[in-house]
Each structure stands twice: as structure tokens, then as C-alpha cells.
Design a protein around this ligand. Structure first.
Ligand code: ATP
Ligand code: MG
Length: 407
């Protein structure tokens, strides 16, 4: 019935060259994600048609759900630009959509071709009348219809469709440049990564693992979450840095007073992240911090922690409510993995009274008790990465932490 998908781009308020970059990028993303040699693409001004050529539309729509920069898509059918042909298609389309249930409906028309001899309103009225005459399962309700039949008369042809499926929105991933996402195994950071990609930022991940102090399963969780995030990345792959954090972790336990432990641990994480980001041309750091969530996320803590880096730090969730974060986590299918109960370096040791108002001068004083700079540099040296793909599952629990060997 439907032979094509109409794809509508997202934020087209962009002008000139930016708009062209946006559209080229989003078209590329679509072709990579759809990855089907039989479908054809037809560009037409500010929209794209995917000609199905007999391919299953459901798979293709699932792929489109993972392309940032799209506002919506519709299964659509093309017809000649005369009323009789439009009537015929309209009847076919509604019959297919509702089968034989009784539903309320209205027709909405758009006339892009101003030479077409009827106004939008006239088209809607005529099509509605014809559809009602030729079916017996529809009732008109122009205010709150269950089904809206859309008719568009454009320069080249007319189009008929019913549903508008909402796309991811945002900007095509990659247009904004590349950032390094601090990725724990928790709920927040994968959601932060998703939102960053949705806003056009391509991501690489960095995870601090303290095996054998923490379990290998907690590192596996991060790989599993990265696999889910990779579905939104341009080539279905994300580079994930694994930082061997145990020595630093132990030094922190030995030299830093308990109440400052988490603050200074996070200062170390930030320092390492910035160094790795700079080595890899990542322009910003990203993380899942949200104001007020825990002791290290009070404004005072955030500012003292942030003090060790010069790079901008983007916190997509900084003002999000936890329930909204959970909703998004479920939507991107990370939640079930995130809530698995394996401890990571932030949960294996939880100080009884972490400070919520750390002082910068005290951090600097405590950090003088040990040569942390040297250990930070050594840890950066020993950091390895693994390429995580959305199609090939990597199981490190069986092989030990092989990621340390991959470079
Ligand atoms: P999440 O649910 O993402 O774990 P959280 O609310 O538990 O977040 P914290 O543990 O304080 O908060 O961490 C705040 C942010 O710091 C995380 O969202 C993540 O970006 C980063 N982070 C924490 N632990 C690690 C880690 N082991 N490796 C990499 N990044 C981390
Ligand atoms: Mg955490």
C-alpha cells in the first residue's frame, strides 16, 4: 500500500551553509542506519523520500528512530495530481489503516502548488465526502479525531498518508563536534550520552574501573551500556577508554581524609578525562551529573571538582529530575542494565560523611600529601580503549579484562 516513507528534517531554522551541512549529514546518517541496498532515496527541497521497493517498512522506521536531527516521518503514498486519483488513494489508505473498526476522522490538506484549482479547505471537504460515501466505518470529528487523513498537493504529485511518527529531534550526531563522556555503570551517564548525541555531539566514552577491587561485571555493564548508545552514533561504534583506576583509588584511600575522598577522586577523574580528551581532539567533557543528587553534585562540590580542568564540561542532566532521567533511560533501553547491582569505584567505598561543601584550599593541601600528578600521568599511559559496536556483543566477563590489551 505505502510505497515510500516521507522523512521530515529537524531544526531547519538554520540558514545557508549550516542548513546544507545539516541536511547532508542527516542524509548520510539515514543511509548508514537504514543500510539497505534495495531502497532508494529521493531528495525534494526540505524533505526526503525513502522509496521502499518492496522492503519491510518496520525495520526502516526502527532505524530512523535512531537518527538524530529528524522531526518526524510518515508512511506515504504518491498519486496523480487530480481529484479522482486522490479520492481512490484516500479510500485505500483509510481502509488499510482502520480495517473495519468504527473510528472518527478528519481530512487535513495542504496545497503547496498554488495553481491547483482547489483550496486546501475545498480539497479536505471533497476528499472527506468521497471517503464517507465509499466506506461505512468512519464518522467525522474535526476537533478530536482518532484518525487524520493528510492530503498534500505538491508541484510534482499528490501524496496521501495518515500517521506522523515523531523522530528523535535535535541535530545530526557529529555536526557539533566530538566530546568525551564520563560513563559509569549507573542510570545517569548513558542518558547524558544519548542527549549529547541528540544535540549533535559525537561521543567517545571513558570509564574508570578499579578491578580487582571492583568486579569485572561492573566493567561489563559499561560495555553493555555503550553497545546501546552505539546505536545512535554515526557508524554504530563508540570508542570506550578503560582507565585502570585501582592504584589511584588506593592512594586516595591511604592519603586523603575520608570526608574529602570522593571530591578528590572526582578531581582525579576530571584530570585524567581532560588529558585523554586532549589527546583525541575531544572538544568537551560530558557527564551525568545532576545538581543536588549526591554530595559530589552540590554546586560547591561541582565548582571545586571542575576547578582542575580548563575544558568546558557539559552536563546534559544538570537540571533534570530523576524520574525524567529514568523515563529516558527506559526509552533508550539502558535501564535494565543500569540497575544491575554491581559496585563500581564510586560505590565500593562510600564515606560515612562526604563533605557537601568542600574547600578548594583544602583539596590542594590534601593533594600535596602524595605525588598524585605522577600517578595520574602513569594511569593515562596505561589507559586502553575498546571499540564497542551496536552489532557485535563484547563479553569481557569470560575473558578477563581484555580491553586493557586492546589499543
Ligand atoms: P550515574 O547514574 O551515571 O552513575 P550518579 O548519580 O551515580 O551517576 P556519581 O556516581 O556521583 O553519580 O557520578 C556522577 C557522574 O560522574 C556520572 O554520571 C558519570 O558521568 C561520572 N562517573 C562516575 N563514576 C564514574 C566512573 N567509574 N567512570 C566514569 N565516569 C564516572
Ligand atoms: Mg554512579
Amino acid at each position: 500500500m505505502y510505497e515510500r516513507i516521507l522523512v521530515r528534517y529537524g531544526d531547519l531554522t538554520l540558514k545557508g551553509k549550516n542548513k546544507k551541512v545539516f541536511i547532508d549529514r542527516v542524509n548520510n546518517l539515514i543511509q548508514n542506519k537504514v543500510n539497505n541496498e534495495f531502497v532508494k532515496y529521493e531528495r525534494n527541497h526540505d524533505r526526503l523520500y525513502i522509496l521502499l521497493n518492496g522492503q519491510d517498512h518496520e525495520d526502516i522506521i526502527k532505524s530512523l528512530d535512531r537518527v538524530s536531527g529528524l522531526s518526524s516521518y510518515s508512511l506515504i503514498t504518491k498519486t496523480e495530481k487530480d481529484l479522482d486519483s486522490i479520492y481512490k488513494k484516500a479510500i485505500e489508505v483509510v481502509t488499510e489503516e482502520v480495517k473495519d473498526k468504527t473510528v472518527t476522522f478528519k481530512v487535513e490538506s495542504k496545497r503547496a502548488d498554488k495553481l491547483f484549482p482547489f483550496t486546501s479547505q475545498e480539497i479536505s471537504k471533497k476528499v472527506a465526502r468521497e471517503v464517507l460515501l465509499n466506506t461505512d466505518f468512519l464518522k467525522v470529528d474535526v476537533h478530536n479525531p482518532e484518525l487524520t487523513l493528510h492530503v498534500e498537493v505538491r508541484q510534482d504529485a499528490a501524496f496521501v498518508y495518515c500517521k506522523k511518527i515523531k523522530g528523535m529531534g535535535g541535530f545530526p550526531v557529529g555536526v557539533a563536534g566530538k566530546g568525551l563522556l564520563m560513563l559509569s555503570g549507573g542510570i545517569d551517564s548513558p542518558v547524558a550520552g544519548y542527549l549529547a548525541m541528540k544535540q549533535g555531539i559525537e561521543i567517545e566514552g571513558i570509564h574508570f574501573e578499579s578491578t580487582p577491587l571492583t568486579s569485572i561485571e561492573s566493567a561489563q555493564k559499561v560495555i553493555d551500556l555503550t553497545e546501546k548508545l552505539a546505536r545512535y552514533s554515526p557508524r554504530g561504534k563508540i570508542k570506550l577508554y578503560m582507565v585502570p583506576f585501582m592504584e589511584l583509588h588506593e592512594a586516595l584511600l591511604n592519603y586523603i581524609p575520608e570526608s574529602y575522598n570522593i571530591t578528590i577522586m572526582r578531581r582525579m577523574m576530571y584530570r585524567i578525562s581532560e588529558k585523554i580528551a586532549k589527546q583525541n581532539d575531544d572538544i568537551v567533557l560530558l557527564n551525568g551529573e545532576s545538581v543536588g543528587q549526591v554530595a559530589s553534585q552540590t554546586l560547591k562540590s561541582m565548582s571545586v571538582i571542575n576547578d582542575v580542568v580548563n575544558m568546558p564540561v557539559i552536563r546534559p542532566l544538570s537540571t533534570y529530575d530523576k524520574l525524567d532521567i529514568i523515563k529516558l533511560s527506559k526509552k533508550i533501553e539502558c535501564y535494565e542494565t543500569s540497575i544491575k547491582p554491581f559496585e563500581d569505584c564510586c560505590t565500593v567505598y562510600v564515606p560515612k560523611k562526604p563533605t557537601t561543601a568542600p574547600r578548594l584550599d583544602k583539596c590542594i593541601e590534601f593533594e600535596k600529601k602524595f605525588d598524585f600528578d605522577k600517578l595520574v600521568d602513569e594511569t593515562v599511559e596505561r589507559t586502553r580503549y575498546v571499540i564497542v559496536s551496536d552489532t557485535e556483543h563484547k563479553d569481557i566477563t569470560l575473558e578477563g579484562l581484555v580491553v586493557r590489551e586492546v589499543i
